[in-house]
Design a protein around this ligand. Structure first.
Ligand code: UGA
Length: 456
């Protein structure tokens, strides 16, 4: 485990007693990494099943390298899982809040869990505590946490509220935690700043110290900007489709300009996951509440949604009527190296295909179980164990997530198994010319079509 090995040199001088509230993607990774750095960590969650499983080293989601880190912390005794928030708060000096802030119907983030945590912390204030927001929260949440603690606390112990947003990506979480581009510390006191710098002292990175409001906005602005980059290149992909140009070449050349940067310019079926869709929505909502209409972000969202519709249109353009057509889908998770299906573009695409009457065989290396819960398992959608099983007798093969293993597929075998050799690549993973030479029709996103008859 490369990330784990590299991280073992990173030990703290000043150990802190840390409580991480929430054993989700951010909380569990932070808890395991803080323990790896040498801190004493209690990770609390109110889901008994999750806590019981974690005590047996069963993780609630798939994340490369996380399991050995959790096991190591547990065995060393400095990573404990608990159901008791009150007890964990009393035993800790620093409390990281990493609970969920799910989207509500109006786009705003549901901050109920954060409010509840603030109340319990207040009622268990038995010494100075530093309360740190790690979940992505709307600007001014820190202020509301502070007011809640003041309201409910029963003694004169002091406390600070800080914002320390997390920028880790699912699938690369351990690496991102130990090698961040920067650490944002939004604080109101020198004491809070010192504690947070101490906690992260083994990591060689820049600290950006701001006030709490600014730190909160940095997180929403960063995610929204990344989503904007994706939607921008996806809008360009539409123009490329219409003009017969190649979006990948456009993106590569644009990205060579250091002011633009090459990352997050991969055109495809759009972004998904629990962060970008929710955070873009929440940022639009907060901006509006503060008096600014964030029309740019509304369009980012709109372009993202349209990419899915266009993808289905591309299939229809080739197969005409979808009723009773057999379609293989490879990749369901919102991105590779995760089993996370939340807001995955594949959900809308699969549902549209089913609505048109297609029969689907779907495969994902990790997200099968999560996907089954969302998509169902009927005679119109069969979950299969390999891409080869998926393509047998199919009229079309769609790639919706760019898992590495798809790049190793034997396309000669795939061509033999399919009824008609058509590939529609939602992530521009493949070289269309190469596939065309093998006899496939290849359609990408914002790329010239490679239809065998035309190339031959
Ligand atoms: C994102 C951010 O990248 C993290 O910095 C942040 O900490 C996290 O949200 C969060 O707020 O918790 P994540 O959702 O794990 O991380 O995934 P990304 O790797 O950012 O990808 C998001 C989506 O964008 C995926 O569906 C991916 O397929 C899509 N994407 C990404 C593209 O379509 N094109 C690209 O060029 C890049």
């Amino acid at each position: 485990m490369a990330a784990v090995e590299r991280s073992t040199n990173k030990k703290v001088k000043n150990k802190y007693k840390i409580c991480v509230i929430g054993a989700g993607h951010v909380g569990l990774v932070a808890a395991a990494c803080f323990a790896e750095m040498g801190h004493e960590v209690i990770c609390v969650d109110n889901d008994k099943k999750r806590v019981d499983s974690l005590k047996k080293n069963i993780l609630p989601f798939y994340e490369p390298d996380l399991e050995p880190l959790v096991e190591k912390g547990r065995k060393q005794g400095n990573l404990i899982f608990s159901l008791s928030l009150a007890e964990a708060v009393r035993k800790s000096e620093v409390i990281f809040i990493a609970v969920g802030t799910p989207p509500q119907a109006d786009g705003s983030a549901d901050l109920t869990s954060i409010g509840e945590v603030a109340r319990v912390v207040a009622q268990n204030l038995n010494s100075y505590k530093l309360i740190v927001e790690k979940s992505t929260v709307p600007v001014q949440t820190g202020r509301n946490i502070k007011q809640t603690v003041i309201h409910y606390k029963k003694n004169s112990y002091s406390f600070d509220v800080a914002s320390n947003p997390e920028f880790l990506r699912e699938g690369k979480a351990i690496h991102d935690f130990f090698y961040p581009d920067r650490i944002i510390i939004g604080v109101e006191s020198e004491k809070a700043e010192k504690i947070l710098k101490d906690i992260y002292s083994p990591l060689s990175t820049k600290f950006i110290v701001t006030d709490v409001n600014t730190a909160e906005i940095i997180k929403h602005a960063s995610n929204s900007f990344l989503a904007t980059k994706i939607s921008f290149i996806n809008a360009i992909s539409r123009i490329c489709d219409l003009a017969g140009a190649d979006v990948d070449k456009v993106a590569a050349a644009m990205g060579m300009d250091k002011r633009i940067g090459k990352d997050f310019l991969q055109a495809g079926i759009g972004y998904g996951g629990f962060c970008f869709p929710k955070d873009v929505e929440a940022f639009i909502y907060i901006a509006k509440k503060l008096g600014y209409d964030f029309d740019l972000l509304k369009e980012v969202k709109n372009i993202n949604q349209t990419q899915r519709v266009n993808f289905v249109e591309k299939i229809k353009e080739q197969l005409w009527l979808l009723k009773d057509k057999n379609i293989a889908i490879c990749g369901l998770s919102f991105k590779p190296d995760t089993d996370d299906m939340r807001f995955a573009p594949s959900i809308d695409i699969v549902n549209s295909l089913l609505k048109e009457g297609a029969a689907l065989k779907v495969y994902d290396p990790q997200a099968k179980e999560e996907a089954r819960k969302i998509l169902g398992d009927t005679n119109r959608i069969k979950f299969v164990k390999s891409p080869y099983e998926a393509v047998r007798g199919c009229d079309c093969l769609c790639f919706l997530t760019e898992w590495e293993e798809f790049k190793e597929l034997d396309f000669t075998k795939i061509k033999r198994l399919m009824s008609y050799p058509l590939i529609i690549d939602g992530r521009n993973m493949f070289d269309g010319t190469g596939l065309c030479k093998l006899g496939f029709d290849y359609i990408g996103i914002g790329k010239p079509k490679k239809i065998k008859a035309k190339v031959a």
